[in-house]
Design a binder for this molecule. Sequence first.
Ligand code: GLC
Length: 548
Amino acid sequence: MNLGKKVVYQIYPKSFYDSNNDGLGDIRGIIEKIDYLAKLNIDFIWFNPFFVSPQYDNGYDIADYRKIDPKFGTMEDFEELSAKLKEHNIGIMLDMVFNHCSTEHEWFKKALAGDPKYQAYFYLRDPKPDGSLPNNWQSKFGGPAWAKFGDTGKYYLHLYAPQQADLDWHNPDVRQEAFDIVNFWRSKGVSGFRFDVLNVIGKDTVLVDSTDPVEEKKLYTDTPVVQEYIKELNANSFGQDAESITVGEMSSTTIENSIKYSNPDEHELSMVFSFHHLKVDYDNGEKWSLVPFDFKKLKQIMFDWQSGMDKGNGWQALFWNNHDQPWALNRFGDPVHYREKSAEMLATTTHLLRGTPYIYMGEELGMVDPSYKSMDNYVDIEAINAYDELVKTHTPEEAFKIVHSKARDNSRTPMHWDDSEYAGFSQSKPWLIPTDQDEINAEKELASGEIFDYYQKLIKLRKSEDVISDGHFSPLLEDDDQVFAYLRTLNDEKLAVFNNFYGKETEIDVPADLQASGHVLISNYGRQLDSLPAKLTLKPYESLAFKF
Ligand code: GLC
């Protein structure tokens, strides 16, 4: 499979389309919207988990990996969805959450009931001799990473919410469970898998105290054994299928490790998600802060990753948005003055890079963060915990402002289908309330907008232009503090891409070897040129891709 020719679309099932009007999206709703999806000419759809779950972390706390949660539909609905997508050559990518399971999973329940086989599935530890927690690790959602294991006197590890108990991958039975689950879905025709926070499965057997938060992550992230476990998973499940496509969500990873995870010679995964480029609007690494994004840093990180992965023959998932991020348009674009142009510029930047692009539902409409006015609108455990922490050191107004700009719920609001009260998502009050649907919605976008159309063009180009799908990467204009430019090359083909990240015009000096004739592949200002001049003026948020 040529991964460079593929484009993945991400659907957050809870928020895509509600067919039975209970306020929650469902699988039948997705079936009803297949024609819309097919218009984009995407190859795979990654679905966030719709398995049985008590939903403490919106489905990332799985209680039964082989069953569809009745809130979302039935196995028959899933099979129908899969068959209908297949008619449009769209494959399914399922979200496999194997670092942890729900504390309502039967494994955990059996463990709690005293079954030693299942107790060995989890990290159960005694308190320290002084009665304090087994170690000082913090949960990624705030608070300690340990919770009481019933009345046994022991504690279990949870790197995420207390309702998400970490599975001990050192136990071969746990690994076998993972293989079996992947194979269960393969037997249903699924060939795509996204593995949730996969690089934290290799915790040590001795869980020592950390000295600081940075060192703490290193104690359980990207440990060498992770590579071994992924190789095993590959050999025992999806690796047996030449058409499989896999992506590992890698938290705080490195280029070096990501090359190993995704270089085909290693027989691990097709590609990786890394997140460093989305931390450039964190103040000193702190997500819950408000600072403008650091453009130079963004560029440097993306250049380093593109060059490094190219050199090491690794493969990247290219993306700005997902269900864990506020909208990129609010962070790196200008949703007020240049919503369309900046949405297209951001899309151009990632879609013409080396890797496989991912589009998060609504991105093709130019979606923006909801204009919520109070904490009552948020449901995410992470946002609520963060607010509670922030108000200890900030005024409630400041704390709210930070949550408002950083919450994961920002991108989890219902898809805007039209401008009606609930955005055409449902007839009933949705689990998260949509806002601004009179301005941004699919009906309007398809009738008179330009962003959807622009995405269609970018996807088409990736399929027709080998320099985009297969070309090498090199940075251009590295010192420019406004323009993100790069060169893609394949044999004697060259593609130069220029993206103005700001709402003001700028003039660039085109490198001498690129002052040559060719044609514009795509431009968000409809620009025509038959050669690149020595000096090029880019309009606000202009993108220009020029092929030689
Ligand atoms: C991943 C998911 C996120 C979830 C976390 C714990 O980061 O994308 O939504 O909360 O893992 O499973």
